[in-house]
Design a protein around this ligand. Structure first.
Ligand SMILES: [Zn+2]
Length: 97
């Protein structure tokens, strides 16, 4: 199965050649999962065990580097927060009447 990013506007797919990490949703942590779903802002989005988000939606400080292996790991409480929304998908501007 192809692992692709769950973000509506992101076309990233996981590949062996790329060093872009992919992260699964924490289905066993309802509170964190709720936060993640809220930040994805995708209507009716219901992540499954196959849903993943690419590392582009996480900040550098959402990761910790293991002092032994120098590998980056996602912090257990990290919530994806980097999303770019095209203007036509943004909620209507309230100032405009
Ligand atoms: Zn993505």
């Amino acid at each position: 199965m192809v692992i692709s990013c769950s973000d509506f506007n992101c076309t990233k797919r996981w590949s062996k050649e790329s060093d872009l990490p992919f992260h699964r949703f924490l289905l066993k942590h309802p509170e964190l999962l709720k936060k993640c779903i809220t930040s994805v802002k995708r209507k009716g989005f219901n992540p499954t065990s196959c849903s993943s988000l690419c590392g582009n939606h996480l900040r550098q400080d959402d990761y910790v580097v293991s002092p032994r292996t120098w590998k980056k790991r996602l912090k257990p409480e990290a919530v994806p927060s980097v999303f770019v929304f095209p203007t036509h998908l943004m909620p209507p501007n309230k100032q405009r009447r």
